[in-house]
Design a protein around this ligand. Structure first.
Ligand code: ADP
Length: 383
């Protein structure tokens, strides 16, 4: 074969192949364009953009329940997987709206995502979008449900806590009445009566404190607070209880550390820690109260040689109304709110609290707070 016509042949072949490729690209482009046009012509104008900026979950489905548009919120909530709705409950809702044409709203509880086991509460609204599409909007109400549950638990716990001393007060009043001829009995019942009413006052006060702290009202006007003074006051308030058990309160030297905050709140927090240390320790043991300061952090620790806290309960002691031994705690007048208050005070001051404990050996509660001069220096640096 001569090579004279080989060159024009390969040129012609090249042109043919090139034209084919161009044709394929053109057809593909036309198809793509048509697909986009179909969506654009049926989904009402602006829906795309609305779904894009929607903070909550929004999904648009076509006639075969394919998801053709989903907001970032819908993806984050795990409503969509493989271009379809994950939860059969939602598919059912979409089908019924498509059938009847009537919009529907419903509260549903669903697992988060296709593999998740955490549940979420959604308020779902479904409506037709044009003739072919269905729009599903879902509002995540999990957090408000959780808060409502916490509030219900709190109210139930409060009622339970108040019932015991109130019951005791009414029983003692009856006993007092029937023992009115016996002065010795009257004195005994009267003494118990005043103990129960003191307890009622204590619980009520703690509930009020805790609500104030949770509402974040406490630190409206932070002032410079001297930590040495906080410790002295809190220790003084606990001397009588300690002396009654011959427990020595040992205090380290002054450190002249200051924090910004509310002196009364901080005294209450440290008071609670020392009161617990005394309450959960044997007679004639020692409670140490120390303060140290380094790198802008003030550390206050309260250490006892008491009964300690079992390892699996240590994380729970800051929960409201939690007690390791409810009977013992109630006998000593504990409300189970003391450490919840401490935790809130510390958090409101921008600090944290940790606990180390070993049953039989004792416990150390350590509060860490940002030191005032350091906080000011940092504020200055930012300006
Ligand atoms: P309470 O009023 O019952 O003392 P708190 O909130 O102060 O409530 O403490 C919760 C629980 O944590 C207590 O009931 C007790 O079981 C445990 N606890 C707190 N402080 C100590 C401590 N220093 N040593 C051992 N157990 C403690």
């Amino acid at each position: 074969m001569s090579s004279g016509w080989l060159v024009p042949l390969s040129v012609a072949f090249g042109i043919f192949v090139g034209a084919g490729v161009v044709l394929v690209i053109y057809v593909a482009a036309r198809r793509g364009h048509r697909a986009a046009a179909v969506v654009a012509s049926t989904v009402p104008d602006g829906v795309d953009q609305v779904i894009d900026v929607l903070e909550s979950a929004g999904v648009v489905l076509d006639g075969s329940n394919n998801v053709i548009k989903a907001s970032p919120g819908a993806m984050a909530a795990g409503l969509v997987w493989n271009q379809a709705l994950v939860h059969p409950e939602l598919v059912k809702l979409v089908d019924s709206v498509r059938r009847t044409g009537e919009p529907r709203s419903q509260e549903v509880q669903l697992p988060r995502g296709p593999f998740g086991d955490a549940m979420m509460h959604l308020f779902v609204r479904v409506a037709r979008l044009g003739t072919r599409y269905v729009l599903l909007l879902a509002e995540d109400r999990t957090e408000s449900y959780r808060l409502e549950e916490v509030r219900r638990d709190f109210v139930a716990n409060i009622s339970h806590e108040l019932k015991t001393p109130i019951g005791a007060v009414s029983l003692l009043a009856e006993a007092l009445e029937s023992a009115s001829d016996d002065p010795e009995q009257v004195r005994r019942f009267a003494k118990r009566l005043s103990k129960e009413s003191e307890r009622l006052v204590g619980i009520t006060q703690e509930i009020i404190e805790l609500s104030r702290l949770q509402a974040g009202e406490a630190l409206a006007k932070p002032e410079l607070v001297d930590i040495d003074r906080v410790l002295s006051t809190a220790i003084d308030q606990n001397h009588v209880a300690a002396d009654a058990e011959q427990i020595s309160l040992l205090r380290g030297g002054d450190k002249h550390a200051q924090v910004y905050g509310d002196q009364a709140m901080l005294v209450m927090a440290i008071h609670n820690l020392i009161a617990n240390a005394i309450q959960y320790s044997p007679a004639r043991s020692r409670v140490g109260i120390g303060v140290s300061e380094s790198d802008g952090v003030v550390e206050i620790s309260v250490t006892d040689q008491g009964i300690g806290i079992p390892e699996d309960e240590v994380d729970r002691v800051f929960e409201r109304f939690f007690r390791v031994d409810p009977a013992r705690s109630r006998n000593t007048g504990g409300s189970g709110l003391g450490l919840a208050i401490v935790k809130h005070v510390v958090q409101n001051h921008g600090g944290d609290i940790r606990v180390w404990s070993q049953p039989g050996s004792g416990s150390t509660f350590t509060v860490r707070l940002p030191e005032a001069s350091h906080a000011t220096a940092q504020l200055g640096a930012k300006e």
